[in-house]
Design a protein around this ligand. Structure first.
Ligand SMILES: NC(=O)c1ccc[n+]([C@@H]2O[C@H](COP(=O)([O-])OP(=O)(O)OC[C@H]3O[C@@H](n4cnc5c(N)ncnc54)[C@H](OP(=O)(O)O)[C@@H]3O)[C@@H](O)[C@H]2O)c1
Length: 305
């Protein structure tokens, strides 16, 4: 099968190569999925799991990509809950070969059914951003209706999901980002927008929940805005600040079938929008994942159409 591999950590996305690899086999509780569409997070080439296995042994050449939508082609021993021919989408294991390939072997529990009226490209754009937003807001942030949420990077992949889901849950959302993103963020449902380059973050006042996707000084200044009993949720590494009288939580997103079903249902009925910037074939993936100019929205790679 065709696949994109990486071998050289220092080379980043420029070191990606299109190669021929054996098709994967389904282990216990796995399925093999014919990948129709795959997402790719540029930061994953900085994650240790792209380069080593769980025992820290080199696993290169490795296939990157962790978000997928496709069709089940084989079931491993003991696998239940999915069937051959079923449309699925989900989040692949960080430490196994990923989704920038024609086929991937993946644990069935990491997948959810993809409804027939949802395009594979849309399905592949949802798992990381949708699950991260869901888990940060509702599991780690314990968001309640009526609370005030500061959503950083609210025009980005995760931030746009945070903004929409928090708004739908009845929160008052203050989105942040670059000045050019103001209207996008307000259109996603934020009540206010803070231009981090020109506005004073401190003018926001007290909030119950900060969803941080930036870190550093912005995270520290945001933590000071959290009222007693509130939470700082960050997804960019260990929290560098702790709100006085509140909690700081950092986490890495996990696959969850029930949450994927909730997320895709919101996409179907128009409550949630995803932003796809570019769709490319696997043959053109190396160029598409090495853009010469800054891109808005996710890049989705289609191995089968
Ligand atoms: N822990 C986890 O499970 C997890 C899951 C998903 C993502 N992540 C991490 O979370 C981060 C965000 O991911 P993403 O996919 O949402 O990225 P993204 O789509 O690039 O969104 C980030 C947004 O924040 C904005 N931003 C960043 N720094 C800013 C600053 N100093 N001032 C104003 N705006 C700023 C960006 O604007 P510009 O593009 O203009 O800079 C962009 O709109 C990444 O580091 C990613 O690796 C972690």
């Amino acid at each position: 099968m065709k696949a994109i591999v990486v071998t050289n950590r220092a080379a980043g996305t420029a070191g990606m190569k299109l190669v021929d690899r054996p098709e994967p086999n389904a282990a216990i509780n796995d399925v093999v999925v014919q990948v129709h569409a795959s997402g790719f997070a540029p930061t994953e080439l900085a994650w240790p799991s792209t380069w080593t296995d769980r025992l820290d042994r080199d696993r290169t050449p490795s296939i990157p990509g962790h978000e997928l939508a496709g069709v089940v082609t084989a079931l491993g021993y003991g696998t239940t809950g999915l069937s051959v021919g079923q449309r699925v989408f989900g989040l692949a294991d960080w430490y196994r070969d990923g989704t920038l390939a024609e086929y991937v072997a993946i644990e069935a529990r990491n997948l959810a059914p993809l409804p027939g009226d949802v395009d594979f490209t849309v399905g592949a754009s949802l798992p990381i951003s949708g699950l991260t937003a869901w888990q940060g807001l509702f599991q780690h942030g314990r968001l309640q209706a009526g609370q005030r949420v500061l959503a950083h990077g609210a025009a980005g992949a995760v931030g746009s999901m945070v903004t929409q889901l928090a708004r739908e849950a009845g929160a008052y959302v203050i989105g942040t980002g670059r000045s050019a993103d103001r209207q996008t963020v307000l259109d996603l449902g934020a009540k206010e927008f803070v231009d981090l380059d020109h506005d004073a973050l401190e003018d926001v006042g007290e909030v119950d929940l900060v969803f941080d996707v930036i870190g550093g000084d912005i995270q520290k200044r945001s933590a000071a805005l959290i009222r007693a009993g509130g939470t700082l949720v960050t997804i960019v590494g260990p929290a560098e600040a702790r709100p006085s009288g509140g909690l700081a939580v950092d986490f890495v997103v996990e696959a969850d079938r029930v949450q994927l079903i909730e997320i895709v249902q919101r996409v179907r009925d128009g409550r949630l929008r995803t932003h796809i910037g570019k769709v490319s074939s696997l043959d053109d993936a190396v160029a598409a994942l090495n853009p010469t100019e800054r891109r808005k929205g996710s890049t989705i790679i289609c191995a089968h159409r």
